[in-house]
Design a protein around this ligand. Structure first.
Ligand code: GBH
Length: 471
């Protein structure tokens, strides 16, 4: 689809155009303003955990450049900025509240509001205070209650100005990648702990939703990374079982407790040996399924999956780490991800825009009581080339965003209730275990000078927003 044709698409009234980042990935100032280690600061010191030995000390220096970054957002014409607060900055060591930490977010929120940009706040984008990991991290049920207290502190400071609250970003990653595959912090490879982490993050979400609701919050939600699990051979029972298992661990283990207050039967059965049944206490599922006002969907790629060994697995599941990592697919470690003939991004993720349409439509069909959807992340890493004059002609990323937006428009035509779209990411940033090696930004960051340059994709996105606003 051409840019012009897409600009002509009609978007629902009030559709929110945004872009997203996360605290650990952009802020830097990792040990300034009272902030102490998060699990990612500690993990980055583990040999081979992060590509190139990169760390989060400076990142994009957003902590110091925040006002000019907000000016950049204004230049792009964003309706909303999705960011996260760092628990390790707000409550360093999860002890007392750190006024300087809260003050940073308070200034950010003011700056956004003065610029007419809606703050879209996420409470947890993977950066647990390291002290809490030392008492068991998310494998420890108590961490859920600590999260509720932290959420309450942030709400008390910002609830007068922030209207949209997201509890967790992609619990899949902060449980199964953090505690089973070990690709993410804290880097543990303990399937039972990973299963406990899933449940305790659900519980933390529910506790926070109930508390924030009582304090007056009106727009509460969670963001999940969701995929379409496509069997390599839809006639082959082994491949069909693999697709069922992937759908269970990537999608339904999160969607069903949150939306329906149950764990799927097959998930419970598969994870029986890993203790899922034992850690669900009476009342938990009721807390977890407290009604939410929106569901954030992050989608990057579909997954073609097989139950047979496959030699063509790319490195898209190693997370760029140089140390040995395990499988996130607890109890289903045998599943494989064959390649198919599709273009790929620098992450080795396949590009298939129609997958986003299919996912959005399918969610509505499978969950009749689904709350409104927001695409809270979608975007692509490419190896950008900087021209002599400093411009970045990132045609592939521009096409990726345009084609995925066309796919969102189609989903809406087909009945999906999608109310906003946030490009990942505003800035090139710390791409977790890939370090600074992978660039997702619509704005380039020069890691020597920390200078920002809007890429062609950013300019194209700004034009799209303008066209949508004036339609
Ligand atoms: C998002 O994660 C994050 O929210 C964001 O912080 C990050 O920068 C961005 O995307 C780009 O990576 O092979 O086992 O990992 C997306 C994470 C990556 C989760 C692919 C699912 C496939 C399963 N997704 N992953 S696995």
């Amino acid at each position: 689809m051409s840019e012009r044709a897409l600009a002509g698409a009609t978007w629902p009234k009030g559709f929110i155009w945004g872009s997203a980042t996360a605290a650990a990935q952009v802020e830097g100032a990792a040990h300034e303003g009272g902030k102490e280690d998060s699990i990612w600061d500690a993990f980055a010191r583990v040999s081979g955990a992060v590509h190139g030995g990169d760390n989060l000390e400076i990142a994009d220096d957003h902590y110091h450049r925040m006002p000019s970054d907000v000016r950049l957002m204004r230049e792009l014409g964003l309706d909303s900025y999705r960011f996260s607060t760092s628990w390790a900055r707000v409550r360093p060591g999860d002890r007392a509240v750190n006024p300087d930490g809260l003050d940073f977010y308070s200034r950010l929120v003011d700056e956004l509001l003065e610029s007419g940009i809606l703050p879209w706040l996420t409470l947890y984008h993977w950066d647990l205070p390291q002290t809490l990991e030392e008492t068991g991290g998310w494998a420890n049920r108590d961490t859920a209650f600590r999260f509720r207290d932290y959420a309450e502190d942030v709400y008390e400071a910002l609830g007068d100005r922030v209207t949209h609250w997201t509890t967790f970003n992609e619990p899949f990653c902060s449980s199964l990648l953090g505690y089973a595959s070990g690709v993410h912090a804290p880097g543990r490879q303990e399937p039972r702990a990973a299963v406990a982490a899933v449940h305790h993050q659900h519980l933390a979400h529910g506790l926070a939703v109930n508390t924030l609701r009582t304090l007056g919050a009106q727009n509460l939600g969670i963001t999940l990374n969701l995929t379409n699990a496509i069997p390599r051979d839809a006639e082959d029972p082994v491949d069909l079982d693999a697709a069922r298992r992937l759908d269970s661990l990537a999608n339904r283990i999160f969607l069903e407790p949150l939306l329906l207050g149950i764990y799927p039967e097959d998930t419970l059965a598969d994870l029986e040996p890993y203790g899922l049944g034992d850690i669900i206490l009476p009342g938990d599922l009721e807390t977890i399924s407290a009604p939410i006002d929106f569901l954030g969907v992050n989608h990057y790629h579909d997954d073609l999956v097989s139950g047979h060994p496959d030699s063509a697995v790319g490195d898209s599941h190693s997370g760029g780490a140089e140390r040995p990592t395990g499988s996130p697919w607890v109890g289903s470690e045998h599943i494989t991800f064959p390649s198919r003939d599709l273009p790929r991004t620098a992450m080795d993720w396949e590009v298939n825009p129609d997958g986003l349409r299919a996912l959005l439509v399918r969610l509505g069909a499978e969950y009749p009581a689904l709350p409104p959807l927001y695409i809270t992340e979608n975007g692509a890493a490419y190896d950008d080339v900087v021209s002599a004059d400093g411009t970045v002609h990132d045609t592939e990323r521009t096409a990726f965003i345009r084609d995925h937006l066309a796919s969102v428009a189609e989903a809406i035509e087909q009945g999906a209730d999608v109310r906003g779209y946030f490009v990942w990411s505003l800035l090139d940033n710390f791409e977790w275990s890939y370090g600074y090696d992978k660039r997702f930004g619509i704005v380039r960051v020069d890691y020597d000078t920390l200078e920002r340059t809007i890429k062609d994709s950013g300019l194209a996105y700004a034009r799209l927003i303008q066209a949508a606003h004036s339609a």
